[in-house]
Design a protein around this ligand. Structure first.
Ligand SMILES: Cc1cc2nc3c(=O)[nH]c(=O)nc-3n(C[C@H](O)[C@H](O)[C@H](O)COP(=O)(O)OP(=O)(O)OC[C@H]3O[C@@H](n4cnc5c(N)ncnc54)[C@H](O)[C@@H]3O)c2cc1C
Length: 448
């Protein structure tokens, strides 16, 4: 079911030219299953008895993206091609700036449908397309379980304040979605120079003019198929003890779904529905992370224009960090030393190396990692830039609302003041003794 609150008309330009298809621009949600935007596009095409064209623009200029991110994304995109073919839907991928590609294709479109994006570049693209497209543009939210404005009309203070709002709205949105058959399966004609998706990922990557300093992850392969395997593993092996073991970096008891969710290769709605039939005590803690924490991050990015910089922090956090900005730092590291994992702290270095190599640092270590960057940087502002830069460059799930909120959390966002101490003021502090006390942290080092 596609709730009407997911649908937003971005413009109502009528197309006077002869139309040949309905166009669906796939961007944030790179999947077929549980994709409300695609489902809506199929419905509209069927209503007008037109075929559907799906397009994807591979931008050379996506901020902070590199080979690691593109390789993972392309693995997912390549999987979609035969699926669309089977469905009778024309799917084209081109190395083009998405807005240019979509505007050109909109000349022959009855309606253009797109998914929702929350970061600045995604919003800019949609604005440009809404302004210049030759046909009506409709955006359909399919990234969240509860659409952001339905959950709350303002920036929320913390998980505690958004939780009851999400929970009360959730029953309405936690409903399955089926993708209908497209009735008109005629191939759509176009003059676009497209990529042959049967080539290897490496070959396609070699045609892109992007940062090639960060190699593809050897641990994580992109695509919906892989995401579904991880979901199965979560259900059968990890869910029961998730709340007890999720924080332990020396164990592998997290889902590893974040990169797949980030690229929209799997929907959180599908995950939540599949877990719904497991006993509540088993899935409660996982759904808290997947829905409450994640959708709090989207609330932050949606309502806070400064989500990607230090100014986004609550006043109390900025004030206390400022008061302590001249406190003596026992260790100071440059960006290069941090990037190369060359600090005195073996736990921190291991976490940094885990991210450098695999593209995914354990969630608990991300908190410790961010806190230490504050402790070892000249100013909190510099620490903020460093943490975001490293997170977005190396994490497969980086450049995501969760990443912006995660870094901000290290500096006090969505948290409360704690006991005052040097450098941090009343911002929560973490130390290595905590890691040693709670976990077999030596095993973490041995394993990475
Ligand atoms: C400094 C810092 C940076 C972070 N950067 C990112 C990032 O770039 N991208 C990213 O997706 N997450 C980020 N997080 C949040 C969290 O660490 C990751 O979502 C989690 O580690 C992903 O691994 P998983 O899918 O195996 O997690 P699981 O424990 O299996 O969790 C399942 C899902 O729940 C959601 N989730 C879990 N923890 C959080 C959280 N704290 N906040 C919001 N959603 C959560 C994610 O969608 C995750 O995929 C960051 C946290 C911190 C403290």
């Amino acid at each position: 079911m596609i709730q009407k609150e997911r649908i937003k008309v971005l413009n109502t330009h009528d197309n006077d030219a002869p139309v040949e298809y309905v166009l669906y621009w796939m961007q944030a949600s790179q999947r077929i299953m549980y994709n409300h935007a695609l489902a809506h596009a199929i419905n509209v095409a069927n209503e007008h008895k037109l075929p559907l064209m799906v397009c994807f623009g591979l931008s050379n200029k996506y901020p902070e993206a590199n080979i690691r991110h593109y390789a993972f994304m392309l693995e997912g995109i390549k999987e979609l091609s035969p699926e669309f073919k089977k469905m009778g839907i024309t799917f084209i991928v081109a190395i083009r700036e998405p807005a240019d590609l979509v505007i050109e294709l909109s000349r022959k479109a009855k309606v253009l449908i797109c998914d929702h994006g929350y970061t600045n570049i995604q919003i800019l693209w949609r604005k440009e397309i809404a302004k210049k497209a030759f046909c009506p543009v409709v955006q359909v939210e399919t990234d969240l379980i509860v659409p952001v404005e339905e959950a709350s009309q303002k920036e929320e203070y913390s998980a505690a304040t958004i939780r009851p709002k999400i929970k009360s709205a959730m029953t309405k949105y936690l409903s399955p979605l089926s993708i209908k058959e497209i009735l008109n399966k005629k191939p759509c004609k176009h003059d676009i120079k497209i990529i042959d998706l049967e080539q290897t990922t490496e070959k396609i990557l070699s045609k892109l003019d992007i940062d090639n300093t960060v190699p593809a992850s050897k641990m994580f392969k992109g695509g919906t198929k892989q995401a579904l395997k991880l979901l199965e593993e979560l259900k059968t092996k990890k869910l029961k003890k998730y709340s007890e073991l999720k924080n332990d970096p020396s164990l592998d008891h997290v889902s590893h779904l974040s990169p797949y969710i980030h690229f929209g290769q799997i929907s959180t709605l599908q995950i939540a529905l599949e877990l719904k039939n497991t006993p509540e005590k088993d899935n409660d803690s996982f759904l808290e992370e997947l829905i409450v924490r994640r959708e709090l991050a989207f609330n932050f990015v949606y309502y806070n224009n400064d989500y990607d910089n230090y100014k986004c922090l609550p006043e109390w956090a900025k004030k206390t960090l400022d008061k302590h900005k001249k406190d003596k730092r026992s260790y100071l590291y440059s960006l290069k030393e941090l990037e190369q994992a060359k600090t005195h702290d073996v736990y921190w270095n291991t976490a940094q190396k885990q991210m450098l190599v695999s593209g995914k640092m354990h969630g608990y270590m991300r908190m410790y990692w961010g806190k230490k960057i504050i402790e070892w940087s000249k100013t909190p502002q510099e620490a903020y830039k460093t943490a975001l830069y490293l997170n977005n460059k190396y994490e497969l799930d980086g450049r995501d609302p969760n990443g912006f909120a995660g870094v901000a959390w290290c500096f006090g966002k969505h948290d409360r003041p704690w006991t005052e101490r040097s450098i941090f003021g009343t911002v929560r502090y973490m130390n290595d003794k905590g890691l040693e006390r709670k976990f077999n942290i030596k095993r973490y080092i041995k394993n990475h």
